[in-house]
Design a binder for this molecule. Structure first.
Ligand SMILES: Cc1[nH+]cc(COP(=O)(O)O)c(/C=N/[C@@H](CC(=O)O)C(=O)O)c1O
Length: 398
């Protein structure tokens, strides 16, 4: 019956979690693989604002009825305020359809299915490189996926001119999947001026921008990291935005994300909203109650929101500190090499340029885990392991 089904090779990122968990070298192993924030003590944090929200939610205990297909109204408002800014004109005009989703992944899936249904000839173009699941999710929705020039290893920057020229060659309604901040896996972002240029091309060519923001607050700050999103709306673009609270609320397993679609008119936004709900119904029916309640509580209580922002910036700043320490330690060990990319890159990841062989050596010989494309999750570093990791990297580079 299923003899034709091919074996699953495993996920290059999530598969590392199992390998790491099963690695018996518990005294030295370091997890720099999956994009998860760990504290200075190497633990997954429960944010203080989440603890407060959960105690509110738990007392008195709430029944666990189905949520609306598009999630709690307060959750959806929270997504809109965070992404577009409070009092955004398009939001106030009712031109933004927003739904709660099963994490950022669920947002991408619902968005991809919607696009394939209503723009069946659209192709999707992702940055080269990008988060691998971008390709899997859009191909899984039946959409042909291509790559646009992005990362320039020679300059540790963006192949900006090539990227712009590539966009100019695309067809109307082709989708371009963009990282508004904290690019995964490179950590290399466009400047605001470069965003203005790219968004102008997208508008002129009538492309569909799909912005996936999973690390808001880890780059500059909540508003700065949303520049590309807000600029697209200011320019009158109809833009898809998938967001994730997995990292900045440390709620990975609660599956909390959102999908927003900015439409030209309120009437179109209402029709889009209805079809997004239908798409949710056909995939997973409705979002999880607990995650929705936590986000709704934190984001819509002024004191908890302020506390949350402060906790995100603490995570951001600790990552920045680890970038500097790793860069300084490696530079001292191998002064002939340039490690400035660690502090040039932003967000959770650094693209180290290590080869797959070197990454395998780090894992096998030193129990230091990274994604085989050379991506390192900086958030797995701390003051107790950064010297050890630097030594291991220096060894495989020698
Ligand atoms: C850019 C991006 N978008 C969406 C997601 C999905 O987020 P979620 O809300 O959990 O569905 C992730 C997760 N990235 C990390 C984990 C993973 O691969 O799933 C990672 O890159 O390690 C992203 O890095």
């Amino acid at each position: 019956m299923f003899e034709h089904v091919t074996p699953y090779a495993g996920d290059p990122i999530l598969g590392l979690m199992d390998k790491f968990a099963n690695d018996p070298r518990t005294d030295i192993k370091v997890n720099l693989g999956v994009g998860v924030y760990y504290t200075e003590d190497g633990k997954l944090p429960v944010l203080e604002c989440v603890k407060s929200a959960e105690s509110q939610i738990a007392n008195p205990p709430r029944p666990r009825g189905y949520l609306p297909m598009d999630g709690l109204p307060g959750y959806r408002k929270a997504c809109q305020d965070l992404l577009f800014g409070k009092d955004n004109e398009a939001v106030k005009a009712g031109r933004v359809a927003t739904i709660a989703t099963l994490g950022g992944s669920g947002a991408l899936k619902v968005g991809a299915d919607f696009i394939h249904e209503w723009y069946p000839n659209a192709k999707c173009y992702v940055s080269n490189p990008t988060w691998g699941n971008h390709i899997s999710i859009f191909e899984g929705a039946g959409i042909e996926v291509g790559k646009y020039p992005y990362y320039d290893a020679a300059t540790i920057g963006v192949k900006f001119d090539e990227m712009c020229e590539f966009f100019k060659g695309l067809n109307e309604n082709d989708v371009v999947l963009l990282h508004p901040c904290c690019h995964n896996p490179t950590g290399v972002d466009l400047s605001n001026e470069q965003w203005d240029t790219v968004l102008t091309i997208i508008k002129d060519k009538k492309l569909i921008p799909f912005m996936d923001i999973a690390y808001q607050g880890f780059g500059d700050d909540m508003d700065g990291d949303a520049y590309a999103i807000r600029r697209a709306v200011e320019m009158g673009l109809s833009v898809f935005v998938s967001n994730s609270f997995s990292k900045n609320l440390s709620l990975y397993g609660e599956r909390v994300g959102g999908l927003s679609v900015v439409a030209p008119t309120k009437e179109e936004a209402e029709r889009v909203h209805g079809q997004l709900k239908f798409t949710v119904r056909r995939i997973y029916s409705s979002p999880p109650a607990h995650g929705n309640a936590v986000v709704d509580t934190v984001m819509n209580d002024a004191a908890l929101f302020e506390q949350w922002v402060g906790e995100v910036y603490e995570m951001r700043d600790r990552i920045r500190d680890m970038r500097q320490k790793l860069q300084d330690t490696l530079s001292a060990k191998l002064p002939e090499r340039d490690f400035s990319y660690f502090t040039k890159q932003r967000g959770m990841f650094s693209f180290t340029g290590l080869t797959a062989e070197q990454v395998v050596r780090l894992r096998d010989e030193f129990a230091v885990y990274m994604v085989e494309n050379g991506r390192m999750c900086i958030a797995g570093l701390n003051n107790k392991n950064v010297e050890y990791v630097a030594n291991a990297i220096a060894e495989v580079l020698r």
